[in-house]
Design a protein. Structure first.
Length: 146
């Protein structure tokens, strides 16, 4: 039997243009990524971020509220407060490895040899200075945690 499309009522107006912006913290964005994009459970995601599950839940809830608000009100989303989260890159031509703070955009080329053949190698993990580094490489072929 063909599935019948049922009408639904929504009472919203789509924003006609993008105006204004809302700030979302890097932690909140990471919570969305782990829970909604990667599909991890809150327990797993909290563990990866090194925080408790209730804290993760709070961060995730706030992140979803902000993203919802941005969609409904047509706001740009600006990621802030990611200075303590470092990203690690490697040049596949000269082997040089370096770190860039989160939120600065992807580097164009290797700072040492100028090759564009660079890749991110941390998969978003590890906090600069904090000695985190746990869970490195779980992005491709996610293994069991602990
Ligand atoms: Zn290089």
């Amino acid at each position: 039997m063909p599935r019948r499309k049922k009408c639904r009522w929504v009472s919203l107006e789509l924003p006609s243009k993008i105006e204004g912006e809302i700030e979302i913290s890097a932690d909140e964005l990471e919570a969305i990524r782990l829970a909604d994009v990667e599909g991890l459970s809150q327990t797993e995601a909290a563990k990866l971020m090194g925080i408790s599950q209730p804290t993760f839940h709070r961060i995730l809830k706030e992140a979803r509220r902000k993203i919802g608000k941005a969609l409904i009100e047509g706001l740009n989303i600006r990621v802030v407060g990611g200075e303590h989260i470092m990203r690690r890159f490697r040049c596949f031509d000269c082997g040089h490895e370096w770190e860039e703070p989160f939120g600065t955009g992807r580097p164009e080329a290797c700072p040492k040899c100028g090759s564009p053949n660079i890749h991110r190698i941390d998969a978003g993990r590890g906090k600069g200075g904090g000695g985190g580094g746990r869970g490195r490489g779980w992005c491709g072929g996610r293994g069991r945690l602990e």
